[in-house]
Write a protein that binds this ligand. Structure first.
Ligand code: NAP
Length: 485
């Protein structure tokens, strides 16, 4: 079993404590990691600060920064099978998903932001004849990147790629249940020629390492993806030293099915929306809101197609749904299923542990029908393979129900008339609205939440500008010196 230290200043550093990562399909340990303490975090942040202040990265010609990032992408592509296997062993997700979504998404975002290093622009602002006024975008300085466990590598690069492209230095902390692929990046950054101290990778608990990182006075931007609860702690920490923050938080995304939807396509698309990555997706389609006129037909087809999903060890090529990430998370999802039974009756499919899978944290794909709007399974984020269906009369009621949530990360509209879909998209309060699609993101398009789903945007040009400070430069052009007294 491999033993990983902390990656600080391009060196592997030991510390006093260690912890194991467990394969959720077999319940066997796969690797050992260093448990960073407050002093380790301090060392990592100071390394990032020193690298930034030296100008070795922030003042490197932008094209050269882009070349190094492209080398990171190339090295990751060369090792993509190794990273895919590692991601599946660590998270439980099907290897089919790691190979086709997680690792390619990470590579794509690096290449996209590598191409933008030479295209970080300010603007010239007309202010009259006596002054020239223009803005420049500069790196912020030291970024603390804290990531969750559902798409470890892809979400790490959602932060690392734009932060590095803009010239910042970074300390990244992956989730403790899935640190493997983020830590494996240490070798890739070194091989790509990343200067010392530009990327530092620390592992350890959120309560110690994460907490020390968000409160460190030398951190200039907190970039957090995770639960709304910890997001509140990040906001509080930002008050300590008045630093910037970006939050990507939870969701309870609706899938709105209009009466004229192509049912077969809608069911397939919503299953991808609901059960991709075992439903452990922040933007998962978790609440189906369907027009009453097609309710029964829709649910019958949904159940029929759900019954064909192959659940098992993600390393099996035929598997399309793996185990949940940990025993404690499975318990939380099973608690919600029991709550759902008391709120909405027996599920129309699933609701238990899959037969024949005695080891591993598996849960059956589960669908509850006729779920009341007041119920907890309709309102709270479950973050597992649990889908609710509720029927409404007509588009206005469907839109009202879609917006009746504390979250606003994403939504999908399913209709045979894309013009209607476009019009309804403007009435939905969410950062991403799909029409006849769910769970598709692009590196070049912004992503983030309304309401309690977050603050700020990742991906796209917005995701790059989020890692820059705007400086305004004003030059006197008047005749003679400006004089007041
Ligand atoms: P989490 O418990 O909030 O943890 C997220 C990260 O924060 C982990 O690295 C965790 O470290 C760290 N952390 C925990 N306590 C901390 C503290 N006091 N100070 C600083 N850092 C701390 O979330 P999760 O369970 O990993 O992920 C699931 C949640 O993430 C869901 O709510 C989901 O919707 C959300 N999510 C949102 C998006 C999005 O783009 N909007 C994407 C993916 C996931 P440890 O692992 O060591 O505890």
């Amino acid at each position: 079993m491999k033993d990983y230290g902390l990656f600080i200043d391009n060196h592997w550093v030991e510390t006093s404590g260690t912890f194991l990562s467990i394969n959720p399909a077999t319940e066997q340990p796969i690797a050992k990691f260093a448990m960073a303490n407050k002093a380790d975090v301090d060392r990592a942040v100071k390394a990032a600060r020193k690298a930034f202040d030296s100008g070795v990265w922030s003042e490197m010609p932008a094209a050269e920064r882009g070349r190094i990032l492209r080398r990171v992408a190339d090295l990751l592509r060369e090792r993509s099978e190794m990273f895919s296997v590692a991601e599946t062993l660590d998270t439980g997700k099907p290897i089919f998903e790691s190979r086709n979504i997680d690792i390619p998404t990470a590579i794509d975002s690096i290449e996209y932001y590598a191409s933008l290093t030479v295209d970080i622009n300010g603007k010239c602002i007309p202010v009259g004849d006596t002054a020239l006024d223009y803005t420049v975008r500069e790196p912020i300085c030291v970024v603390a990147a804290i990531t969750p466990w559902n798409f470890p590598l892809a979400l790490a690069f959602r932060k690392l790629a734009p932060a590095l492209a803009a010239g910042n230095t970074v300390v990244v902390k992956p989730a403790s249940v899935t640190p493997l692929t983020t830590v494996m990046l240490g070798e890739i950054f070194t091989a790509a020629g990343m200067p010392e101290g530009v990327v530092n990778i620390i592992t350890g608990s959120g309560s110690t390492a994460g907490n020390a990182l968000i409160h460190h006075p030398l951190v200039d931007k907190l970039s957090f993806t995770g639960s709304t609860e910890i997001g509140r702690d990040v906001i509080d920490a930002s008050k300590d030293h008045i630093c910037e923050f970006c939050l990507e938080l939870g969701g309870k995304s609706p899938a709105v099915v209009l009466a004229d939807a192509n049912l077969d396509a809608a069911v397939d698309g919503i299953l991808f929306g609901a059960f991709l990555n075992q439903g452990e997706c922040c933007c998962a389609a978790t609440r189906v809101l369907v027009d009453s006129s097609i309710h029964k037909e829709f649910v019958d087809l949904l159940v029929e197609k759900t019954s064909k999903i192959v659940v098992g060890d993600g390393m099996d090529e035929s598997v399309r749904m793996g185990p949940l990430v940990s025993d404690s998370h499975r318990n939380s999802v099973m608690d919600y299923i029991e709550i759902g039974k008391s709120e909405a009756g027996e599920p129309v499919i699933g609701g238990g542990l899959p037969a024949g899978l005695d080891r591993g944290y598996f849960v059956e794909p589960t669908i509850f029908d006729n779920v009341p709007e007041s119920s907890r399974i309709y309102r709270e984020e479950i973050f597992g393979p649990v889908l609710t269906v509720t029927a409404f009369d007509g588009a206005d009621e469907l839109v009202r129900a879609a917006n009746d949530t504390a979250y606003g990360l994403a939504a999908s509209i399913w209709t045979g008339d894309t013009a209607v879909g476009q019009r309804l998209s403007r009435r939905i309060k969410a950062g991403t609205v799909w029409v006849n699609l769910h769970n598709f993101l692009y590196s070049q398009a912004p992503y983030g939440g309304f309401k309690q789903s977050g603050i700020g945007r990742e991906l796209g040009r917005e995701g790059l500008e989020a890692y820059t400070e705007v400086k305004n430069v004003i030059t006197w052009l008047g005749q003679g010196a400006f004089r007041w007294y």
